[in-house]
Design a protein around this ligand. Structure first.
Ligand code: ATP
Length: 507
């Protein structure tokens, strides 16, 4: 509570006490109450006419605004191509005279496209820092209302606020960042309440067109013109209205992809800067183990590792904390699920089968194997890869299918029967088989996916599934003892590292 609020509370208390005392002494307090009520009505109606209630209906979007954010391009891991392209584009703001001399039309919009958590917001903030611009952020969903005209009003407010903010902070430029822009700027006429959507998008186009070439304000603001650059992010740029993408609006589309191995290492280094690490932590190896993770996942891994260290009462983050954190980010919190001894053994055999075959068909591919239940999974094998393969051959895909089916094969071999635990493995193996056939890599050769019959497709996939199952069974039959040892080890210590498994295989 602020100082003023406290004073009001004391005053209200004193007046209330005074009135109660007067009433108790037999004084008629009715006229005082009537006058107080009258004053209340007058104040409320003044608020209404001054726009207090109205502005609540057309509330400004919740803007994350402020001076230049303390985020630089050095804080963005990987994304080298995106950074390069963006910095190049930002020269429009940093050297406006040169741009004018050459008669280049200034840039008005930059669109970041890519999966969630890859650093699009971070790049926009770094751009604001790089160009010493004021920064305002909003989300597309904040402009979407049922009432026609509200979204358009919010767009106007957003641009007006950007100009106000830049002037207040003494900056010549402002960057407006709109996340999830597809929500407010999808193709026109697609939505049910399309009048409202269309008006919102039209207003955005009007504002962007109004950002006049040199002054950036459409001449509305006179000499203290503020240049505005609109940055937007979308996971689905294909949904955006074509008018938004035409030259003169979002002139640059910057692709922000999931980080590759080097980029993952870079991101991990950035987020470990403020964390004390044990000497056993190898960020290069961690980067190899976190294939498919976005920057946001990696930030979460470092944070969860620090929490795990705190729980252990340790002063430094160790390899064990990172292993725990990766599993947690990937699969969720450990579950205290009641599992019988028999089921635990089955899970250990199943995961042991996956791990063993994975290591045999792709040496070095297992990061860890565990029987700790997390989320929906009762156990899990985490794969680590030295490379980020973009293209896969038939050999790669067949190996993946054998790994998928190895869990069920191991159960059959050591426990005499398979269980329902393998159903998602079959689905996954079938999906890989379908991909293999439809990519023209099977014995059917290249084919037209629209013309091949479902029966023929399934026959081809079934052949591949049977081959993979046979391969997994043979590999495990030759190493029954090792599989049994691995299952026992998992029951004993819950998790086995890939390196431990490899040294047993090599022995
Ligand atoms: P969304 O599409 O879900 O809005 P986004 O692409 O805008 O996601 P950010 O909000 O920029 O993602 O990233 C979320 C967090 O993840 C950042 O605050 C940062 O901690 C971390 N992060 C993401 N990408 C990177 C990166 N390339 N380098 C460093 N940290 C990153």
């Amino acid at each position: 509570m602020g100082e003023r609020d406290r004073l009001y509370a004391i005053l209200a208390g004193a007046v209330g006490a005074g009135l109660t005392f007067s009433a108790w002494m037999g004084v008629n307090i009715l006229p005082v109450l009537l006058i107080a009520g009258l004053i209340g009505v007058v104040l409320a109606s003044r608020m209404f006419y001054q726009g207090g209630f109205k502005s609540r209906l057309v509330a400004a979007p919740r803007l994350a605004s402020g001076s230049v954010p303390g985020v630089g391009f050095a804080d963005v891991g990987g994304q080298e191509a995106a950074k390069r392209e963006l910095m190049e584009a930002l020269e429009f703001i940093r050297a406006p005279e040169r741009i004018r001399e050459l008669g280049i039309r200034p840039l008005k919009g930059v669109l970041f496209s890519g999966p969630p958590g890859t650093g699009k917001t971070l790049l926009a903030k770094a751009a604001a820092n790089y160009t010493q611009s004021s920064f305002l952020a909003a989300s597309g969903s904040e402009f979407v209302e049922m009432y026609a005209g509200v979204g358009a009003q919010r767009v106007r407010q957003l641009f007006a606020e950007a100009r106000r903010l830049a002037r207040r902070e003494g900056h010549g430029t402002a960057i407006i960042f709109i996340d999830e822009i597809e929500v407010m700027a999808g193709r026109r006429g697609r939505h049910e309440s399309h009048l409202e959507y269309d008006q919102t998008l039209n207003q955005l186009l009007v504002e962007m067109d109004g950002m006049e070439s040199t002054g950036g304000t459409g001449g509305r603001e006179g000499s203290d013109a503020v240049r505005i650059l609109v940055m937007a992010a979308s996971n689905r740029p294909d949904l955006l209205d074509a008018a938004l993408m035409r030259p003169g609006r979002f002139d640059r589309v910057v692709r922000v992809d999931l980080p590759d191995r080097h980029a993952r290492e870079h991101i991990l280094r950035i987020h470990c800067q403020n964390k004390p690490l044990e000497s056993d932590v190898n960020l290069t190896a961690l980067a190899a183990e976190t294939w498919g993770f976005s920057g946001a996942h990696l930030e979460s891994v470092t944070n969860e590792a620090a929490i795990a260290a705190l729980r252990r009462g340790a002063r430094r983050l160790s390899r064990v904390d990172f292993a725990e954190a990766i599993d947690k980010v990937m699969l969720g919190e450990r579950m205290d699920r009641a599992v019988s001894e028999g089921e635990r053994r089955r899970v250990a055999v199943h995961e042991g089968g996956h791990a063993l075959v994975s290591e045999l068909v792709r040496p070095g591919s297992v990061a860890t194997v565990t029987v700790v239940p997390r989320g929906l999974a009762l156990g899990h094998v985490r794969q680590g890869q030295d490379e980020d393969p973009v293209l896969k051959t038939r050999v790669d895909l067949e190996a993946e299918m054998a790994v998928c089916l190895a869990g069920a094969a191991a159960e059959e071999l050591l426990l005499g029967a398979r269980s329902t635990g393998a159903s998602s493995d079959f689905e996954q193996a079938t999906e890989i088989g379908r991909r293999l056939v439809l990519a023209g890599l099977s014995d059917l050769g290249p084919l037209d996916p629209d013309l091949i019959g479902q029966g023929e497709l399934w026959e081809a996939v079934r052949g591949l599934l049977n081959g993979a199952r046979q391969r997994a069974s043979t590999l495990l039959e030759d190493r029954t003892e090792l599989l049994s040892w691995l299952a026992d080890r998992l029951l004993e210590q819950e998790t086995v590292a890939g390196s431990e498994l490899r040294s047993w295989l090599a022995a």
